[in-house]
Design a protein. Structure first.
Length: 334
């Protein structure tokens, strides 16, 4: 959320984030998370879904009770529909755990007039025909279909051949739909790993090139991992990640912090990968860190926010002229 907050305002205007409701750290109530979204993203539309993989591992808070209530499928997911009704900027994702309640849920949410999204993970593919048939029965509804692979690695590229017919079948069933292909391949180990291709971007390009005439939209998870990291192993070594258009560069130091972060940033800024002309929040924090600013990057959380901020900006402007990529100043308003 910090990385999203610090994007240029015109970047936010181009972005449609899909935010999963879960027990965010520090949020006692679900409303705390909703307030944060409004603070960060303002009066813009955003997609909302429930993180069904989330399990509370700490003391149960009111937010956990609220999430459980939203998952109840009775009466066409009545609780979920009421929740969405009270979020004027939210575009709802359909809840799919109980497909018998799909039709009344679609009818209720369609009446809000905001559009409908459906997020499909690989485990849901056996029910894909039921989902597309229900959506196609709703007159005048052109949904946003998000095909989310979640956490992957380079093997994602081997799934191009099986993904193409899935996309084509969705398009045939829902010709007015926009289809998002989404994944994350951000690694979990960085020892001896100086860089890695952004395989999700390569994957999307390959699927798109084989699906002419279909409205395909690129999606990713902001260079974050989809899986919760397990405990143990101690504090990770200081590391600063630098996104480029098609690759992540990793600068890791087996040194104590904050000096390890200072040295990693200095090495990055001195490298051929560094673009001194890109001036956004993330790059400016790297420059501050390279100069030894103890209030800049000093923890994995700050380093992650910096990487996500840069990554989102570059992927939003993927393939754009260089002058557009470098034009990060928002228009001044009195």
């Amino acid at each position: 959320m910090n990385a999203l907050s610090e994007l240029p305002e015109k970047d936010k205007d181009l972005l449609l984030p899909l935010i999963l409701m879960r027990g965010w750290v520090g949020a006692a109530k679900l409303q705390n998370s909703l307030d944060k979204v409004e603070e960060v993203y303002g009066d813009r539309p955003w997609l909302v879904d429930i993180d069904l993989e989330y399990r509370a591992s700490e003391k149960v808070r009111p937010v956990h009770t609220s999430l459980n209530e939203l998952k109840i499928s009775d009466n066409g997911y009545h609780n979920w529909c009421e929740f969405i009704t009270n979020l004027p900027n939210a575009i709802p994702c359909l809840q799919l755990m109980d497909l018998n309640q799909l039709a009344p849920q679609i009818a209720t949410l369609a009446n809000l007039g905001r559009g409908i999204a459906v997020r499909i993970v690989p485990e849901m593919l056996p029910g894909i025909n039921h989902i597309t048939n229900a959506l196609s029965s709703a007159q005048g509804l052109n949904p946003l279909v998000v095909f989310d692979f979640g956490q992957e690695n380079r093997d994602l590229l081997t799934k191009v051949a099986t993904t193409i017919p899935i996309v084509q079948n969705i398009h045939t069933a829902l010709p007015g739909a926009s289809i998002v292909v989404c994944a994350t391949t951000f690694p979990s180990s960085f020892v001896g790993l100086p860089d890695q291709e952004i395989f999700e971007r390569n994957f999307f390009n390959m699927v798109r090139d084989n699906c002419p005439g279909i409205q395909l939209i690129y999606g990713d998870r902001g260079s974050a991992r989809a899986e919760k990291q397990g405990g143990g192993g101690g504090v990770p070594a200081p590391r600063i990640d630098y996104p480029l258009v098609n690759v992540w560069k990793f600068f890791r130091k087996d040194e104590p912090k904050p000096q390890g972060y200072f040295n990693a940033a200095a090495e990055l800024v001195a490298s051929d990968s560094w673009d001194p002309n890109l001036k956004i929040w993330g790059t400016q924090w790297i420059e501050r860190t390279a100069k030894g600013d103890v209030y800049a990057i000093s923890s994995p959380a700050k380093s992650t926010a910096v990487r996500i901020n840069i990554h989102m900006h570059l992927q939003l402007h993927y393939g754009a002229p260089l002058e557009e990529v470098l034009d990060t100043d928002d228009e001044w308003e009195d």
